[in-house]
Design a protein around this ligand. Sequence first.
Ligand code: UDX
Length: 438
Amino acid sequence: MNLAVIGTGYVGLVSGTCFAETGNQVICVDNNATKVARLQNGEMPIYEPGLEVIFNRNTKQGRLTFTTDLESAVKSAEVIFLALPTPPGEDGSADLSYVLGVAEQLGKIIDSYKVIVDKSTVPVGTAEKVHAAIAKNAKVEFDVVSNPEFLREGVAVEDFLKPDRVVIGTSSDRAREVMQRLYEPFVRQGNPIIFMDERSAEMTKYAANSYLAMRISFMNEVANLCEKVGANVDHVRRGIGSDKRIGNRFLFPGVGYGGSCFPKDVQALHKTAKEYNYDFRIIDSVMKVNHDQRFILSKKIKEYFNNNLKDKKIAIWGLAFKPNTDDIREAPALYIIEELVAAGATVTAFDPEAMDNVRQVMGDKVALTFGHYDALHGADALAIITEWSLFRTPDFNKMAQLMKSKVIFDGRNLYGVETLAEAGWYYNSIGRPIVMPN
Ligand code: UDX
């Protein structure tokens, strides 16, 4: 099939590349000429495991190309994907100006039947708005389909190539047949393509992400209470997760969820509920809980040092909002660093991928180091914020030698409480007993 993907951001690039991988002819369009030139040169604008390999293969074989020319890309395509940014406005609602702007242009360009697919996460009712924007100028038949993505950063390629499900919102049989044909190669193992109306598909995306955010917030609250009652959230997590109705994934407490999706989507669902005069109380609580959880680690650190961090050096491991990405959007690390610096601490930090991005937004507020051990020199405490595999089995003796004190605040529960107790550390994690050195 001939496909056009409009917008070469994270979703557009992953989708375009993976569609090319199953033999489609894909042309990706972006109005940023510098970005397009870079992509044509084989430069990847994002770090995403596994993407570069299939990107190179498909560009080399000519199945994946890039252009700034919307008109020619669209004319030759059977299916056109809109993967454009929908940034949250001041009030939390998604800004649809990019999506609707392109839709209006499409109306003028298309000269044969097209399926136009909303890939961006958009508020309920957007497919209808996109339809109306195209219809203003269109002289040919077309259908608008809502096809939300459920890609996790860091495993986006795998999620795209082997999705748990594909959700397609359309009321047109013609579009349904096209989408079925397009997605069939991705669900050969038997996972479903679920067809529904446009509004339900749009709602599915918000409900899925908000549910997962709620699960995390629930576990964060359970963890905080575990600390008070003297329980260990590791045990509780396994105890509840082995109930098949609950399941064992996405139950890890931490320093709050971040990233480009959960905070934005939870806020957008809250906004939608408000618009329809519905008091969605659980969503309000999820937002409040996550806000507070971001400060859990800095609060623990401040309490430990009696609220005086002057002359204290805090080392940080992990800056990205989660491992295997360089993404720092809504990353808890940024909030934690701001708090520590405001309280007078000097902060040194290491992250395997996200340091360039942090340098851009934080400047010299934080000293970034070459390796993870380098961050520890003379540190009064180490705070672990992202669970990169690199941090999972460190040399504790080496760490003790480098640091001024054997103190760890672990926002991701990477180490066994017993291990750190035996090695004589002060170890304060999330929802587990605090280990005191003898
Ligand atoms: C998420 C959804 O998973 C994906 O389906 C959607 O399309 C986009 O948003 P992503 O933001 O890439 O993907 O990351 P994810 O792995 O879901 O983690 C989100 C946040 O939750 C991270 O900050 C992570 O640290 C946190 N998290 C996740 C927890 O705190 N505990 C968990 O158990 C799982």
